[in-house]
Write a protein of this length. Structure first.
Length: 196
């Protein structure tokens, strides 16, 4: 029964749990660490924070059945305000957007994906990139168990298409008894043992 409850938990609740952990990671990043490399080879810490911020903002629009626009670039660090506070505020808005009535119903986005699948996409980005940033900066990170339970089948289902689109890398081998989150990381092309 508990496992079934986890699978049907609202995306907004899962985002709240994952978002709190992501905010804690960003709060711990020092400005002197922004140039460090991350498990996402195309991003250093600064670029990955900017990317994650853009994801958090654009998926608010998707929750409201509006189109997202990833064409522009974001510079969270040049805005003259505290980037950590701005990120935390946008995560709160993301949670609220996905908690709105009807957010998980129907389809959303230009490709017409089921809304819940789109919600799982942003949940994946928030969870995985928080791990990326924590690993890059030496901060502790443990994802919420209910989040991992929801993400594991979702990531496995979208992995082939995500690899074809260049979003996920080739899967990484992990032991058969690897923790569930290690399997999720490996499915997306991340090495759970990655160190800077």
């Amino acid at each position: 029964m508990n496992q079934k409850a986890e699978k049907t938990q609202k995306i907004s609740e899962l985002l709240e749990a994952s978002g709190a952990r992501a905010v804690a990671v960003l709060d711990g990043i020092g400005d002197e660490q922004l140039d460090r490399r991350t498990p996402c080879t195309e991003y250093d810490v600064r670029a990955l924070v900017n990317h994650l911020f853009q994801v958090v903002v654009q998926f608010q629009a998707l929750a409201a059945k509006k189109d997202a626009d990833f064409s522009g670039s974001v510079d969270l660090f040049g805005a003259g305000s505290d980037w950590r506070e701005r990120f935390a505020a946008e995560v709160r808005l993301l949670v609220d957007a996905w908690a709105a009535p009807g957010a998980e119903e129907g389809t959303t986005g230009q490709m017409g994906f089921p809304a819940r699948t789109v919600g799982q996409m942003v949940l994946g980005d928030l969870t995985l990139h928080a791990w990326d940033l924590a690993r890059a900066t030496g901060l502790p990170y443990a994802p919420d168990e209910a989040v991992v339970a929801d993400l594991a089948p979702a990531v496995a289902a979208i992995a082939p298409g995500a690899r074809e689109a260049g979003v996920y890398g080739a899967p990484v081998e992990v032991p058969e008894d690897a923790p569930d989150f290690d399997v999720v990381l490996a499915t997306t092309g991340r090495d759970p043992r990655w160190r800077p």
